[in-house]
Design a protein around this ligand. Structure first.
Ligand SMILES: *Cc1c(COP(=O)(O)O)cnc(C)c1O
Ligand code: SF4
Length: 336
């Protein structure tokens, strides 16, 4: 039994595109919705962070009303701490933004090519490396599509294509279909992997058309979700995960270790359990990319390792994620 299934799914008659456009973008409105309007003065930064608030209403509905420390709220609410001095933090923390926009395809790891399908996201996570380039959207993908596919077709060592972004499921089903057709014609590509947070933040995105596209695609399919806290799940997210699984996808999750949000063994264990209840296995637990504006989320390595150790003692091995960091120039993610 999935105990977290208390809330019933609320089938929406609105398309995911409408729900996307209807996202909350005004910090004051967000505080109103979660009953924290009184505390606006304390909670909101007194100047622009340069990275707008954006959060779908369904995700807001999973926040605990009246709790300024809510783990979902803290992932999306601009905070004054973003303006603190951040030595060692950079604008381009993972060191490959130049490559991203120039080619749309990144091949850093053996056998896998990562395609920057789009820069768009339905949510703006405060710790994201995108925070300094939120407007590089819409343009990159369309223009570099063909070029990127040509590069993948020309390299027979690639057996896996990873769609990343931004959020690749922000593309329309028609656009995904186009991509799928091109990929199925490349004989050495066996697997398609999709890195997406949409099934968590806007589960309505997993509509019948997407399920049909995935089901028909003659490739092995892996969907790597991104959830950082068990509270991000409700019945609507469970339904999206089930639809993805029934479409033949293997479901994994990557989380980011975030101070004040999930840097606690009980919280991380609950996340693993909740993922599994939704049919998802924990894959990676990432140390934060050191991007300017995110320093207040950092958990030091010693503490991260202690948390992982505590997880190993509590959980079956398959529910313990791999703790990693991305280091520019390395041939894989680096285990801590
Ligand atoms: C993270 C990443 C991958 C995927 O790595 P896995 O360890 O296979 O999950 C592939 N390419 C790039 C450029 C990446 O950053
Ligand atoms: S969903 Fe991923 S890419 Fe989009 S803002 Fe959040 S962390 Fe960044």
């Amino acid at each position: 039994m999935i105990t977290a299934n208390r809330q019933r799914a609320q089938p929406s008659t609105r398309s995911w595109q409408q729900l996307w456009r209807d996202a909350v973008t005004d910090p004051l409105e967000l505080l109103h919705l979660v009953g924290l309007h009184d505390q606006a003065e304390n909670l909101l930064p007194d100047r622009d962070t340069g990275f707008a608030l954006r959060v779908p209403r369904g995700f807001v509905s999973r926040m605990r009303p009246g709790d300024a420390g809510d783990p979902l709220l803290l992932q999306v609410l601009p905070q004054a701490a973003e303006h603190l001095p951040q030595p060692g933090y950079a604008v381009d923390a993972v060191g490959d933004l130049a490559a991203r926009s120039a080619h749309g395809v990144l091949q850093k790891y053996a056998g896998r090519a990562l395609l920057i399908a789009t820069g768009s996201c339905a949510v703006n996570c405060r710790y994201c490396f995108r925070r300094h380039f939120p407007y590089a959207e819409e343009t990159a993908a369309a223009n570099h599509w063909r070029e990127a596919l040509g590069a993948i077709a020309a390299d027979a060592s690639l057996d896996e294509v990873i769609l990343s972004g931004g959020d690749p499921l922000s593309l329309s089903n028609a656009k995904l279909d186009e991509l799928g057709m091109a990929l199925r014609d490349i004989p050495h590509v066996k697997r398609l992997r999709i890195h997406t947070r949409l099934p968590v933040v806007l589960p309505e995105r997993v509509d019948d058309g997407l399920a049909a596209w995935l089901s028909a695609l003659p490739l092995q399919k892996v969907v790597v979700l991104h959830a950082n806290h068990a509270n991000e799940f409700d019945a609507s997210v469970d339904a999206a995960c089930t639809a993805l699984a029934l479409s033949g996808c293997t479901l994994l999750n990557q989380a980011v270790l975030l101070r004040g949000i999930n840097d606690d063994a009980t919280v991380l264990a609950a996340l693993s359990e909740r993922l599994f209840a939704a049919g998802v296995l924990p894959y990676y637990l990432h140390q934060l990319d050191r991007v300017v504006g995110a320093a207040h989320f950092e958990v030091d390595d010693a503490r991260a390792l202690a948390l992982l150790d505590a997880l190993r003692q509590r959980l079956p091995g398959y529910l313990v994620p791999r703790l990693v960091r991305e280091i520019a120039g390395e041939k894989s993610k680096s285990p801590l």
